[in-house]
Design a protein around this ligand. Structure first.
Ligand SMILES: [Zn+2]
Length: 416
C-alpha cells in the first residue's frame, strides 16, 4: 500500500500518486482510491476535484447495476489533457512525433539530415516540431520536447565516435538552442534509456518491476530499469552493452577496441555484411524484402547475430537477473523475431527454470515507433510515472499542471 507523506491534499506527492493509480488501472472510483492510497476520503475528494478542474481526470458514471441502485463515479485519465513531442536522432536521420498522455501518436514526420552538421540538426528539429505540433493539444497542454540520441552522451573515450553515434559532436548545447527557439521545455536522454522508459510508461514493460532493455537500431544500446528508474552509473553512461568486447581479436570497433558486441549485432553491422548503406537500413521496405526472402549474406548475418544475442542474453541474465529482456529500437520487429527464434534454445542462466516460458525475452510492440515514443515520454515521464526521488521535489500550490504535480521548471535542457 502506498502512503502519502502528508494528508495535505495540495502535496504534489499525493496528487501524483492518485493520478498514477488511475492511469495504471484505467479507471478508479473514489472509494477504490481511498483504499489504495491510505488518505482520508476528504483528501482524496480534494485531489480528484483538483485534477478534474485542470482537465487531467474525467469523471464517468459506471454502468448501472440494477440491484445496487446509483452506480459509482469512476475517474479516468483524459488522454488529451497533455502531451509531448518526441524527437529521435540517429546518424543521418531525425524522426519526430507528437503523442498524448496514453502514448497515442497524433502525428509523425521524419527527414534525412547530415547529423555531422550542428546547424542542420537544429534546423531539422525546429522544422519537425513545427510539422508535428497539432491543434488538438492547446499550447499549455504541450508539456515539452524530448530528444533521444545514441550514447554515450557524456564526453568519454568512446563518446560521439563512429557511424552509429552522432560523430564529431562535442556537447549537447544544440538542445539548449532548441529550447530557446521553440520556447518549450526540452528534455533529453540516451536512446536506450528513453526507449526503456517508453516501454515502462506505455509498452510491454508496464507491469514489470525490473527489466533490461536492449535497443537494437543502427547501433546497440542497453538500459536497466528497476522500480521505474534507469540505472545511471557513475557518470550516467551505464549499460553501453554495444561496446562490451565479445570476440578476442575480433572486428575492429570505432571505439578503439576490437570485437565489440555492436560489431556483430546492429543494423550497421548488417549493412556491412550486405554491402549496403546505413540509409538503406532505415528504409523499412528494403529490410522487409530481405527478411521475407533472405539471400545467403542475410542468412549468414542472421545466424551469427543470433549466436551473439544468445550469449548476450546469458550475460545479461547472469549479471542482473532481470525479470525480462525487452528488445526495442528501430530494427523491424520481423527481423528481431527472426533473431530471437534463431537464438533458441536460450543458454542456461539464473533465469532458466525460474522465468515463465516466453518471458525471458519480450519484444516491443511499438517497434517502428519505439525510438520516437521513448523520446516523447521524457517530458511527461516524471509527472505520470513518478519515481521516489522525484516525488519529494518542490511543493508549489499554483494550479497549473506542472506546478500542481510538482514538476521542476528548468532553464536548460534537462536530462532524464
Ligand atoms: Zn566498441
Amino acid at each position: 500500500m502506498s502512503r502519502g507523506t502528508t494528508q495535505q491534499s495540495s502535496a504534489p506527492y499525493n496528487r501524483r500518486m492518485v493520478l498514477d493509480l488511475v492511469r495504471q488501472r484505467g479507471s478508479m472510483s473514489r472509494k477504490d482510491l481511498v483504499e489504495k492510497v491510505a488518505l482520508s476520503p476528504q483528501t482524496v475528494a480534494n485531489i480528484t476535484n483538483e485534477l478534474e478542474a485542470i482537465g487531467l481526470l474525467v469523471a464517468r458514471r459506471q454502468k448501472a447495476d440494477k440491484l445496487r441502485g446509483q452506480p459509482p463515479i469512476a475517474f479516468e485519465l483524459n488522454p488529451n489533457a497533455g502531451g509531448s513531442i518526441g524527437i529521435s536522432l540517429e546518424p543521418g536521420r531525425a524522426s519526430a512525433a507528437q503523442v498524448n498522455l496514453v502514448g497515442e501518436v497524433l502525428r509523425r514526420e521524419s527527414m534525412e539530415v547530415d547529423t555531422h552538421d550542428r546547424a542542420a540538426v537544429l534546423a531539422a528539429m525546429i522544422e519537425l516540431v513545427r510539422a508535428v505540433r497539432t491543434r488538438s493539444l492547446g499550447d499549455g497542454r504541450l508539456w515539452g520536447v524530448g530528444v533521444a540520441l545514441p550514447g554515450p552522451l557524456i564526453a568519454t573515450d568512446i563518446s560521439f565516435v563512429g557511424p552509429t553515434a552522432l560523430e564529431g559532436w562535442t556537447d549537447l548545447s544544440v538542445l539548449d538552442d532548441l529550447r530557446e527557439h521553440t520556447r518549450l521545455p526540452v528534455f533529453y536522454s540516451v536512446d536506450s534509456v528513453a526507449g526503456a522508459l517508453g516501454e515502462t510508461l506505455f509498452g510491454v514493460a508496464k507491469s514489470l518491476e525490473n527489466f533490461f532493455y536492449l535497443h537494437l537500431g543502427l547501433g546497440l544500446g542497453g538500459a536497466l530499469v528497476d522500480g521505474r528508474s534507469a540505472y545511471r552509473g557513475a557518470n550516467g553512461n551505464a549499460t553501453e552493452i554495444g561496446h562490451v568486447p565479445v570476440q578476442p581479436g575480433g572486428t575492429p570497433c570505432y571505439c578503439g577496441n576490437t570485437g565489440c558486441l555492436e560489431r556483430y549485432l546492429s543494423l550497421h553491422s548488417l549493412a556491412e555484411a550486405l554491402g549496403a548503406s546505413d540509409a538503406q537500413m532505415q528504409d523499412p521496405a528494403y529490410l522487409a524484402a530481405l527478411i521475407e526472402k533472405p539471400n545467403k549474406r542475410m542468412q549468414a548475418w542472421c545466424e551469427q547475430a543470433a549466436a551473439r544475442l544468445r550469449d548476450a542474453v546469458c550475460m545479461i541474465e547472469n549479471m542482473l537477473d532481470p525479470h525480462s529482456i525487452v528488445i526495442g529500437g528501430s530494427a523491424p520487429k520481423a527481423l528481431v523475431e527472426r533473431l530471437v527464434e534463431l537464438a533458441q534454445p536460450l543458454r542456461r542462466s539464473v533465469r532458466g527454470g525460474v522465468a515463465q516460458p516466453g518471458s525471458r525475452i519480450v519484444l516491443s510492440e511499438r517497434q517502428e515507433d519505439s525510438s520516437i515514443l521513448g523520446a516523447a515520454v521524457l517530458p511527461i515521464y516524471d509527472m505520470l510515472a513518478p519515481r521516489p526521488e522525484v516525488l519529494q521535489q518542490d511543493r508549489r500550490p499554483e494550479a497549473e499542471v506542472a506546478d500542481l504535480l510538482g514538476q521542476r521548471t528548468k532553464d536548460r535542457a534537462g536530462r532524464l
